[in-house]
Design a protein. Structure first.
Length: 339
């Protein structure tokens, strides 16, 4: 393998400020639960009194045991309102607990966080603008953008009780004085900070330890229920913006993303046919390889863990190779290649 040629390609694609796509693998290093861990948590903590609810949850647990895949289970079983509300609440509580611990890590040592370092690097361009599409509920992207001194745009106002607007992102936010630039974070599955009030309004409440009484977390799970929720705001605007960002991107850097999401997938797969894509993750999912390697993409570099501290690389130009003794699939090591 011509490593110098690979390095030049990585630097060229990365320094053109690609769209970042963050999956659950981007948050695991901060203690956030993987989908497997979350499934085990739901299985062992939820309990139901009513017979129909109990029977459905037993079916949910059986499916989870068989598939070992929470996303697949939620897609296969359409949960009733009672069970779904309990799943959402338990999911919010589990992720929120670990997210707030991660927040403390950022407060104590945020300057050393690889994602924050990457954002600073990408914001140093003349455009001063970076966009992220993520399926994660957590706030790792927001914490990292804060460390990078960026103005963060999620579609919500920067207030302690923030309203949503479909026009906030249209302002010239990259030019606001006192910031390093603008980071758009489009959270297509919702966020820990987003809630629906008893009056059916959607608001942003930062860093809540608990769900306010009578409020509903604005997070959506895989499955049919997702589609009903996502026809309403804020999702309608966020999907539109995520699609626009994907369509207008000059390339893509996917971090810990497994190509398993129905919302992000169609537009992304369409665009990577002709635009460069880099994927770094602990383990490439079959769907990632299917979409990129088997999908006739012309310009790609994929990196995953191989036998501990080695890196397996799949390149459209140079084929498959293993680089020994270094973990380039980890963002902290990857950054060293492009700076």
């Amino acid at each position: 393998m011509d490593f110098d040629a690979l390095l030049k390609q990585l630097q060229d694609w990365s320094n053109k400020v690609p769209l970042l796509v963050l999956g659950s693998g981007a948050s695991v290093s901060f203690g956030l639960p993987s989908m497997w861990t979350l499934g085990e948590h739901l299985k062992h903590t939820l309990d139901f009194e009513e017979d129909p609810d109990r029977k459905q949850f037993e079916a949910f647990k059986r499916s989870l045991e068989e598939t070992k895949d929470l996303e697949k289970t939620l897609l296969e079983i359409q949960l009733n309102d009672t069970v779904l509300k309990s799943v959402l609440k338990a999911t919010w509580e589990r992720i929120s607990e670990t997210d707030l611990k991660a927040y403390k890590q950022f407060v104590l040592n945020g300057e050393g966080v690889p994602l924050a370092i990457l954002m600073k690097h990408l914001l140093s361009t003349t455009n001063r603008k970076l966009s992220i599409v993520t399926t994660n509920y957590d706030r790792i992207a927001e914490y990292s953008a804060s460390i990078a001194n960026a103005f963060i745009c999620t579609g919500y106002a920067h207030n302690y009780i923030g309203h949503f607007s479909d026009s906030i992102h249209t302002n010239a936010l990259a030019n606001i004085k006192g910031y390093s630039g603008q980071v758009n974070i489009w959270k297509v599955h919702g966020s820990l900070d987003w809630f629906e009030t008893p009056n059916k309004e959607n608001i942003h409440l930062p860093l809540c330890k608990n769900i306010p009484q009578g409020y509903k977390p604005l997070i959506v799970t895989p499955g049919l229920s997702k589609y009903a929720e996502t026809h309403k705001e804020p999702y309608r605007t966020i999907f539109t913006q995520a699609d626009t960002e994907i369509q207008n991107a000059n390339g893509f850097l996917c971090i810990g993303y497994g190509f398993n999401d129905e919302h992000v997938q169609p537009k992304l797969i369409q665009q990577i046919k002709s635009k460069p894509i880099i994927v770094i993750t602990k383990e490439l999912t079959p769907k990632t390889k299917e979409a990129i390697i088997d999908g006739d993409c012309k310009n790609y570099i994929l990196m995953e863990e191989s036998r501990g501290n080695h890196t397996k690389i799949y390149s459209s130009n140079q084929g498959e190779h293993t680089i020994e003794g270094v973990s380039y699939w980890q963002l902290s090591e990857y950054i060293k290649l492009i700076k």
